[in-house]
Design a protein around this ligand. Structure first.
Ligand code: ZN
Length: 251
């Protein structure tokens, strides 16, 4: 298991792990160079914090989160770690591809905030054109269908929707299935756009793609870091405050 080492005096952290336990280092350079680099980093850390109090932090393995694709080499990601008494958020980042990863300790927590809901307009249009090749739909009706779907989705509450369990490649895009009420509303209103056979075909199209296709609703999330003033800093601030008061009272 990966371990972080924290210097309690300085609130700095480093990763204590051989290269082979850490697949994220494989972006560039050879195995050897990165391996040595990381080992040296750890040695440097021990030297820099000689005589300080160190402790191991356990990484919560399921807590990794990032707004970019996992394969993206230059990105910021976050995960949670604990020393058994306190929990921390660790910010993991690298500024340039040839730089080693840096770790920053944050007192607090993170959460995901939904900042937008959208339909996959471009994919829907492409799919309609592909599936209705034989009897192409008029562009006006395609536009009307996309607009209708947009208006249906605008009023849905994402919290009530069923999330598609497939892993999205990053935490900022999560897909949901349309709920039954929205689906019924969509089908009913499609009667205003499509007639006869065309309606039958569009109804089939909707049923084909509602579970796992272009009709899934995409929600955009942002990572929010909730930083807390750590207790030691707070204690120090309180101490300074009371000392100031003592000085003031004396004067
Ligand atoms: Zn230190």
């Amino acid at each position: 298991m990966n371990m972080l080492v924290r210097c309690i005096n300085c609130d700095e952290i480093t990763l204590k792990t051989p290269f082979d336990q850490c697949p994220e280092y494989d972006t560039s350079g050879s195995f050897e160079s990165f391996n040595t680099l990381e080992k040296d980093d750890f040695k440097d850390f021990l030297q820099n914090h000689h005589g300080h109090r160190l402790e191991d932090l356990k990484i919560l393995e399921d807590s990794f989160i990032s707004e970019k694709d996992y394969a993206e080499p230059v990105k910021t990601s976050y995960f949670k770690a604990t020393n058994g008494r306190e929990s921390f958020v660790v910010k993991k980042f690298r500024d340039k591809i040839d730089e080693p990863l840096k770790y920053q300790l944050i007192y607090g927590d993170y959460s995901l905030k939904c900042v937008g809901i959208e339909i996959q307009s471009k994919e829907i249009v492409n799919q309609l054109n592909a599936e209705f090749k034989k009897y192409p739909l008029h562009q006006n009706r395609i536009d009307a269908f996309v607009n209708l779907l947009q208006s249906v989705v605008k009023t849905t509450d994402i919290k009530k929707l069923e999330r598609i369990p497939e892993e999205s490649s990053n935490a900022s895009e999560i897909y949901y299935k349309m709920d039954d009420i929205s689906l019924a509303y969509l089908l009913r209103n499609c009667h205003n756009i499509f007639k006869g056979d065309e309606y039958t075909h569009i109804e089939e199209f909707i049923h084909r793609h509602k579970e796992d296709g272009v009709l899934l609703i995409k929600a955009i999330y942002k990572i929010q870091i909730i930083e807390m003033v750590n207790s030691r800093k707070r204690a120090m601030a309180a101490q300074i405050h009371s000392e100031k008061r003592r000085v003031a009272e004396k004067g």
